[in-house]
Structure formats: structure tokens, C-alpha cells
Design a protein around this ligand. Structure first.
Ligand code: GDP
Length: 360
């Protein structure tokens, strides 16, 4: 499954955030057959379309798409040198599809900071340096062989050039992800190396009221981590919110001047960062969002429901969510000619409402 690995220095609020993620009990109730692993926290992707679909179809329940986060044991300076925990740590990050880095920006004299003071830039550099050093080691191992293989024409020169360009980026202290555009990195040829810093990054700023209430301060922090996405939340507040009823939680958020919880934000940004989108299905039993990659075709989308659906795919009946809502019912959407029949080549759009036809 696709997961986002949570990393960060000690005492920045990772466990607090992770507790909020795992105590989010809605999911356990909705997905009775899912195995819940202790180090995985699942959040549902907020999607107001599902509620409206459920009304139109009289669906009994709503199943949103989800995003999974893995708690990765604390990073410490020197992890990339590969002692004990370090290796396991790196292996765990390698398995994640994206990295969420928690950075402390809350002020609290009672919570000790490992480096003595709250300094988001320095914290970010400490973590990223460890990841960069690990990637440099990977490249140093890969390069001699690659050079040889290019010489005997077993591999293209372009591959070597891509790796050398990546090495330059890392040597000057930048992550691959932050340099893809600026350095026009040839990601196709870097894929195979599964570099840690080539994964998409999200920065989660664990903030206090001073920052949550200041668009200027947030803009500064956003600029610090661009082009990566940033999420601003208060981990302690999030941990409290998941204990409340939906209504109480909404009131508490309003009191804090927020219209969305940090976990909801995290789910949305995470989903986007992973390059995912959803399509929708609905019937009397359930209204449901299914997760696919941007650019997936109709048979690939069908395969997410069941592999047999992909193998036996015949066609898909597709209506956009907006057209369906305008029509008010499936029958009316059909009468208006808004329900299209799509074949194997069709590339799914976000919010397509779909029914698949297939052979078994
Ligand atoms: P970890 O080491 O990164 O997992 O950090 P923890 O989640 O254990 O948090 C370290 C300490 O900071 C704990 O005492 C938390 O209660 C506290 N803490 C976490 N998040 C916040 C926050 O948003 N505000 C404040 N004031 N304290 C926090």
C-alpha cells in the first residue's frame, strides 16, 4: 500500500501527531477487514462529494479514500553512518512513497529542544543532511559499475549523466526532490536507485496559535521548504480533536479560527503529493471513493475494485460528478446524454462517477 513516512527530530511532536492519526477511530469502524498495524496511522480524505452522492443514491454508508502514514523511529545525527537503528530507519524510509517531515515551530519552555532552540531551518537541514548523506553513499556504490557498463555500451551515457547530475545536487546539500525542476533532473534514469531524497516531501509544521494565526509567518515557512508542500497544525490540538464528537470538534476548530482540521489538511496534501486522485461509485449500499494514480485508464481503475474487473473489462459508464448533480439522478443524467460509454483507452478524470461492465 502507498504510505507516507513520518520523520523528524526528537521532541517535535511526532508521537503526539501519530497518536491523533491512529486514534482516528472512524476508519476502524468503516474498514472492518483492514489489518491495522501498530505503526500505521490512517486518515480519510475529506470529500464532500460523497455525502451528496449518498443522498442521490440513498446509500447506507460512505467510504472515503484514505491515506496511510508510517511512524518511523526517531532520526538522530549520524544515522546515515549506518549504525544499528540507523540502518533500520533508512530501510523504513525507503519503503515509503513520500516523506512527511515534522518540524517544531511551537514555543513551549517546558518542552526541551534537542538543539537548544526552536529553529526550523536548522532542524530541516539536520534531517535532510542525513538523508542526503545516505543518498550520496548509494550513488558512490552505484557509480563505478555504471561507468563500466556505459564503457562497454551495456547502458546509455544518458543514465550516467543523470546520476552525475544527481550527485552534484546532493554534494551541494540539496535534496533531489527540491531540485527536480531547477536542475532539470532526469528522474526516469534515477528511478532505479530509489533515492531517499527523490521522494516527494511534505513539511508538517507543528505550530502554536501565534503561527496558526499569522499568514505572514506561514508564508515565510512555506518559502523555506518550497517547492515541497507545507501543512500547519497543532499536534496537541489534533490529538484532542479526535477524542471529540464531530460537532464538538467543529466548534473547537472554529474557536481556533480554523475551518479544517490538521489531519484533514494532511490527508489532502498527502494524497496530492503522492500523485493520486479518486473516482466514485454509488449504490444503495454505499457511496465510495476509490484511489487511483493520476493518468490511470478505465481498466486500471476497475482493477482497484477487483483484479477480475480489470481482466474482464468491457466498458465503463461514466458521468462527471457535476453533471450528475445537475441532473439530480442517474436516470435524468442518462436522459440528458451525460452518461458516456468509455472503452479501454479512457483516462479517468477526478470525480468521475463510474459503473464498470465486465466479463468474469
Ligand atoms: P516526538 O519525540 O517527536 O515524538 O515528540 P512528542 O510527540 O513526544 O512530543 C514531545 C513533547 O512536546 C511532549 O511533551 C508533547 O506533549 C509536546 N508537544 C507536542 N506537540 C505539541 C504542540 O503542538 N504544542 C506544545 N506546546 N507541546 C507539544
Amino acid at each position: 500500500a502507498l504510505t507516507i513516512g513520518i520523520v523528524g527530530l526528537p521532541n517535535v511532536g511526532k508521537s503526539t501527531l501519530f497518536n491523533a492519526l491512529t486514534r482516528n477511530q472512524v476508519l476502524a469502524a468503516n474498514y472492518p477487514f483492514a489489518t491495522i498495524e501498530p505503526n500505521v496511522g490512517v486518515v480519510s480524505l475529506p470529500d464532500p462529494r460523497l455525502g451528496r452522492l449518498a443522498e442521490v443514491f440513498g446509500s447506507q454508508r460512505i467510504l472515503p479514500a484514505t491515506v496511510s502514514f508510517v511512524d518511523i523511529a526517531g532520526i538522530v545525527k549520524g544515522a546515515s553512518e549506518g549504525e544499528g537503528l540507523g540502518n533500520q530507519f533508512l530501510a523504513n524510509i525507503r519503503e515509503a512513497q513520500a516523506i512527511a517531515q515534522v518540524i517544531r515551530v511551537f514555543d513551549d519552555p517546558d518542552v526541551v529542544h534537542v538543539d537548544g532552540k526552536v529553529d526550523p531551518r536548522s532542524d530541516m537541514e539536520t534531517i535532510n543532511t542525513e538523508l542526503i548523506l545516505a543518498d550520496l553513499q548509494t550513488l558512490e556504490k552505484a557509480l563505478p559499475r555504471l561507468e563500466k557498463e556505459v564503457k562497454i555500451k551495456k547502458r546509455e551515457a544518458a543514465e550516467l549523466a543523470a546520476v552525475e547530475a544527481a550527485q552534484k545536487v546532493l554534494e551541494r546539500g540539496d535534496t533531489i526532490f527540491s531540485s527536480i525542476q531547477s536542475d532539470k533532473l532526469d528522474m526516469e534514469h534515477l528511478k532505479e536507485l530509489n533515492l531517499l531524497t527523490a521522494k516527494p516531501f511534505i513539511y508538517v509544521f507543528n505550530a502554536d496559535e501565534a503561527i496558526l494565526g499569522s499568514p505572514e509567518k506561514q508564508a515565510e515557512l512555506r518559502a523555506l521548504v518550497a517547492p515541497a508542500d507545507a501543512v500547519f497544525l497543532d499536534a496537541k490540538l489534533e490529538a484532542d480533536l479526535v477524542e471529540l464528537s464531530e460537532e464538538e470538534a467543529r466548534e473547537m476548530l472554529e474557536m481556533n479560527g480554523q475551518d479544517e482540521s490538521g489531519l484533514d489538511q494532511l490527508a489532502r496534501v498527502g494524497f496530492h503529493t503522492l500523485g493520486l486522485q479518486t473516482y466514485l461509485t454509488a449504490g444503495p449500499k454505499e457511496a465510495r471513493a476509490w484511489t487511483i494514480n493520476r493518468g490511470d485508464t478505465a481498466p486500471q481503475a476497475a482493477g482497484v475494485i477487483h483484479t477480475d474487473f480489470q481482466r474482464g473489462f468491457i466498458k465503463a459508464e461514466v458521468v462527471s460528478f457535476e453533471d450528475l448533480m445537475d441532473a439530480g439522478s442517474m436516470a435524468e443524467a442518462k436522459a440528458r446524454g451525460k452518461v458516456r460509454i468509455e472503452g479501454k483507452e479512457y483516462v479517468m478524470a477526478d470525480g468521475d462517477v463510474v459503473e464498470f461492465r465486465f466479463n468474469v
